[in-house]
Design a protein around this ligand. Structure first.
Ligand code: UD1
Ligand code: UDP
Length: 378
């Protein structure tokens, strides 16, 4: 039998981090898989640095990013640019990951070409189409277009069953983001890679609060409230705030206006993946609205405060390492101070345990494709 032609389609930083380990794994079995890689480059700089870390050169680069792109622009540009790639490659299966505009467009393009879709990180839900926006809708639409669902956890698999997805199309794999994290973590620990020097002058007497934020539903007032909270926390003599600022202008503008130049606040460029893992390891606690960071922090024993009202990743909330704090300054400050001031509480919430994966998700995905659980949506 000829190898199964698998076309990976991705475009943003988190998709790249979470698909590169799977690409590398499938490439180890050339008689089973013919691997092709298409990047939309919905992100440009954030994407390229991840491809470098994993030494992956795409076969197709659609280069669709525009500065300050709207959802209308990115969706239409990505879908149009995918048509010739799908026609040329004629894949047996398209693999997409997560919930971005690229994910949805990749799945739709595959459907138009009548290729089977495998969805990595399937079944995450908040149940609210506007939180996160537009990602929850992207997930739901991608599920409809998918014939092989790689659910990271039992909870995400249960979400899919509730929506009527047949059991035989669902495989619980763990999250491939943990494959990537454990790979980088072990290479840092055994000295095979070295994190570059920190991009700011750290004060070892202070506890680091590491911050990331980019959700569209927080643009405007939400980001103003987040910045006010950080101003107040940074005023404590025992704290320093380290914030790699996402390049989206809706994030850059308020963050720079409200936080630039404050003592104990280090606004730094988005970090490449290896230095960011190093920053997470050095942090005391993490304040974020990121999906991937919520998944990674438990493997590093770092408590997380999630600056959102709802999360599609409730497993770590149930395990006690993660807590939802929204964007209300009072809640953010009270919860951060609890972790800064109460050592017993900090110990309880910083144990290492990861409900999201064990580093072997890519193996399970490869095995599931090999079992030919594929039946294209007609
Ligand atoms: C996107 C995803 C979001 C994901 C996030 C991860 C959608 C709708 N949103 O959000 O689900 O969580 O990526 O980071 O798919 N920019 C650059 N350089 C880059 C990347 C972005 O300059 O490398 C700037 C550009 O001005 C760009 C803007 O950020 O137009 C927004 O990028 P976009 O991909 O539309 O949305 P994100 O907010 O990054
Ligand atoms: N990340 C990174 N550099 C940074 C911030 C985050 O490499 O400055 C990594 C992080 O470790 C995680 C991923 O990017 O693997 C998360 O991406 P993001 O928060 O942009 O998207 P989300 O996961 O919310 O979709």
């Amino acid at each position: 039998m000829p190898p199964c032609k698998v076309l990976f389609i991705f475009g943003t930083r988190p998709e790249a981090i979470k698909l590169c380990p799977t690409i590398l794994h499938l490439r180890r079995f050339p008689s089973e898989f013919a691997v092709r890689v298409c990047v939309t480059a919905q992100h440009r700089s954030l994407l390229d640095q991840v491809l470098q870390v994993f030494a992956i050169t795409p076969d197709h680069d659609l280069d669709v990013m525009l500065p300050g792109q709207t959802l209308f622009q990115s969706t239409s540009r990505i879908l149009s640019a995918l048509e010739p790639v799908l026609r040329h490659e004629q894949p047996d299966m398209v693999l997409v990951q997560g919930d971005t505009t690229t994910t949805f467009c990749g799945a739709l393009a595959a459907f138009y070409q009548r290729a089977a879709v495998g969805h990595v990180e399937a079944g995450l839900r908040t149940g609210d189409m506007f939180q996160p926006f537009p990602e929850e809708m992207n997930r739901v639409l991608t599920t409809r277009l998918t014939s092989l669902h790689f659910a990271p956890t039992e909870m995400s698999a249960a979400n899919l069953r509730k929506e009527g997805i047949p059991d035989e199309q669902i495989v619980v794999t763990g999250n491939t983001g943990i494959d990537a994290l454990l790979y980088i973590k072990s290479r840092l620990e055994n000295g095979r890679i070295v994190a570059p020097p920190l991009p700011y002058l750290p004060d070892p007497s202070r506890k680091m609060i590491l911050v990331t934020g980019h959700r569209r539903e927080s643009f405007g007032d939400g980001f103003l409230r987040i910045c006010q909270s950080l101003q107040r926390l940074a005023a404590r003599p025992d704290v320093e705030v380290v914030y790699p600022v996402h390049p989206n202008p809706n994030v850059q503008d308020p963050v720079n206006q409200l936080l630039a130049g404050l003592p104990n606040v280090h606004l730094i460029a988005p970090q490449e993946y290896v230095p960011f893992v190093d920053l997470m390891r050095r942090s005391h606690l993490i304040l974020t609205d990121s999906g991937g960071v919520q998944e990674e922090a438990p493997s590093l024993g770092k408590p997380v405060l999630v600056m959102r009202e709802k999360t599609e990743r409730p497993e770590a909330v149930h395990a006690g390492t993660t807590r939802l704090v929204g964007t209300d300054p009072q809640r953010i400050i009270a919860e951060a101070e609890l972790l800064l001031d109460d050592a017993a509480e900090y110990d309880r919430r910083s144990h290492m345990h990861n409900p999201y994966g064990d580093g072997r998700a890519s193996e399970r995905i490869a095995a599931a494709i090999q079992r030919r659980l594929i039946s294209p949506v007609e």
